[in-house]
Design a protein around this ligand. Sequence first.
Ligand SMILES: [Zn+2]
Length: 304
Amino acid sequence: MIADAHAHFFSRNFFRTLGREAGVMDEADVVLPQRLGWEAPGDDEALADRWVTELDRHHVACATLIASVPGDEAAVATAARRHPRRIAGAFMFNPATPDAPARLAQAFEHPGLRTVCLFPAMHRVRLDHESVHAVFDAAAAHRRTVFVHCGVLSVGARKKLGLPSPFDLRLGDPLAVAALAVRYPSVPVVIPHFGAGFFREALMAAQTAPNVLIDTSSSNGWIKFERLTLRDVFSRALDVLGPTRLLFGTDSSFFPRGWQTPIYDEQRAVLTDLGVGEADQALVFGGNFSRAILGESTSEGVRS
Ligand SMILES: [Zn+2]
């Protein structure tokens, strides 16, 4: 079974939100994809179906699809409701808005919304701010996962549309994630892209807090900051975390490109080359996802 722990749901509302920034008020969900050379998403049901067709084509059992602008929970809720066994909903969330607690409580009422995604560098929120604690409190109460983007952050669509990205990368620090994770030991906490440049810090966070998981998604372009290969990265991560806390992901996002097979092929080849056995690979490519994201009990034990 393959599960993809990290892909994006670029809904109509995603493009309409970017459209307001880009000064495109009418039909931004058609005009912006056209500008980007991407397919228009259609409504949320159509995009959910498009994704499931794509997952079928690549024999992917399940994927986390992330609503990628704040306030777009409803889009992934619709997708997860339509395909509950195939789509796990996740949503970008800005904890520092006045209606954040109510929005989050409402989102977690939906069983298909599994993960709340924080982007502290983008929203310029310190991870030790009380609003972030409130997110972890809610995740603990509702048995959900928190994803915290750390390290370098670039949003392809914003870049291509010429929109500014005034991010403060200092705020996406895995050590700040670790400080939270140790206070909420029941909450699985996902750091994507091996820390996206904060690799050492992501490993330190994972060693400090056993509830921290690392996702392997994207082309991991941050490696250019290090004298490392992807093989080295997997090898070190496995040394520190073992096979039960790595979550395979692709960071797939738009159509017609669709699901990113090359990322899967490369990571599968790296693990095989490292001599990682079938059972451990099955954890990385799916078992850990079932346990940490879906909250299912597995032979590795119930999500604590
Ligand atoms: Zn991503």
